[in-house]
Design a binder for this molecule. Sequence first.
Ligand SMILES: Cc1cc2nc3c(=O)[nH]c(=O)nc-3n(C[C@H](O)[C@H](O)[C@H](O)COP(=O)(O)OP(=O)(O)OC[C@H]3O[C@@H](n4cnc5c(N)ncnc54)[C@H](O)[C@@H]3O)c2cc1C
Length: 492
Amino acid sequence: MSPRATIVGSGPNGLVAAVTLARAGYSVRVLEAAGAAGGSARTAELTLPGFRHDVGSAVHPVARSSVWFRAFGLDRRVEWLVPDASFAHPLPSGPTAIAWRDLDRTAASLGADGTRWRRLIQPLRDHLDGVVALTGDHLLRVPRHPVTAAAFAVRTALLGTAPSLALRTEAGLVLWAGVAAHAARTLPSLAGSAAGLLLAAHAHAATGWPVPRGGAGAITDALIDDLLAHGGELSCNENVVDVAALDWGDAAAGDVLVLAGSPRLAATVPGIPGSYAAALGRYRYGPGLAKIDLALDGPVPWRDPDLGRAVTVHVGGTAEQVRASAAGVARGRLSPAPYVLVAQPSVIDASRAPAGAAVLWAYLHVPRGAAALDPSEPILRRLEEFAPGIRDRIIGRHVTRASQLAARNPAAIGGDGLGGLLTLRQAVRSPVVSTVPWRTPARGVYLAGSALPPGPGVTGMPGWYAARTVLTDARGSVPRLEDLFGASAMGE
Ligand SMILES: Cc1cc2nc3c(=O)[nH]c(=O)nc-3n(C[C@H](O)[C@H](O)[C@H](O)COP(=O)(O)OP(=O)(O)OC[C@H]3O[C@@H](n4cnc5c(N)ncnc54)[C@H](O)[C@@H]3O)c2cc1C
């Protein structure tokens, strides 16, 4: 009889672990608390019929470059749509700073900072596989591409401590601040810098910042199709609050339990050492995320039409305002001019809304203690500055407060959508200090959520590393992706 694998959580990491183990011969069952699978990689008609909104992730550079998703053949399973402008940031004083996919065009548009931007990003863009290998691994492992790792580390240190030594113009600094702010940390910071460099390197690669036609749910659908094709099962509305009450099988017989939500759940495993549970309790979570989804009766009336060329728009004002916004969140107050992250997939994907109409999501980071804040007004005020009249285009609105995100997804502690506060210390301690943090001290129990290395984003890598650890423990040798997907898939 096949060993059983019970996976708690059907976000990208749970599903990647599930697909891996099903393909390796396990009898897999995925338990999901919500009424639908996919976690933060889901698409739903949140506002009006025919308007398909991304519940969480919208833009997927790190899914497309992920080592696991490449082996899985995600490029064959979803249709990627790639905007010419990877991300854009309107400046209050007039022009828009744009990270075009074309690096030459970007450099030309950045004036005096063009050469500096190129020097910072091009070596990473040119060795994107090395950057992906580095950032897609556990920090406690020796990098496989030391030269690229060194180039990445030097830039992370510089931009993470003194960006004004690296870039001098407002356009260059704002382009950088907007992308570094994805990490929901103070700026400058090493975590923001590492995230910003990873994303900026993707921005200028041929694969760009893509969206799957139909939304993030297309990625989840591809995973579920493969899971079911390999005999796996998925049950929704199954919230696991206490592992002691869960029948997941017999570890001595090779059955395994993979927790792909919050690592906190591992504290309920019978017999888990108190010191381990205490370490999980010390793991820190980041600011909450509060989001609005809009159904619009036409395109966003951006003052600068070039903003309609990018799916991702950083509405954060000046570089100083982006910095102040992040600092405010860390200190417990929302800035009067907050940094708002906008995704407008309709500029490239007509399938998301009825003809002529559009969907848009926008979110901001909210301080701890402001989980109940309705973000509508702060976000709409900010959008109006750069897209006057946008309110008149709104025909449907869906609000997700940080507290609602936390209630909907037990992995989003306090509404933290990134699985934990991104710091260097936490990257080492994710969530406990170990070279194999995916394995818990309880026999047969593993962790796979985005609190685990290599962290957040739709990469599936924490799920792959958890499943790889399961298979290594069971079989005594490290499995290779080729064995699961075939050598031909690896070459694609
Ligand atoms: C608003 C938002 C926007 C984002 N934008 C992007 C983006 O554009 N690009 C990108 O790459 N990333 C983005 N991210 C981050 C990305 O979505 C996450 O990093 C990724 O989804 C994490 O995957 P996961 O499987 O670890 O967790 P999740 O996607 O959070 O899924 C966890 C799942 O486990 C379930 N679960 C948890 N605990 C239990 C339990 N005890 N019992 C049963 N089920 C349980 C949850 O209900 C959930 O379905 C965004 C996140 C948010 C919230």
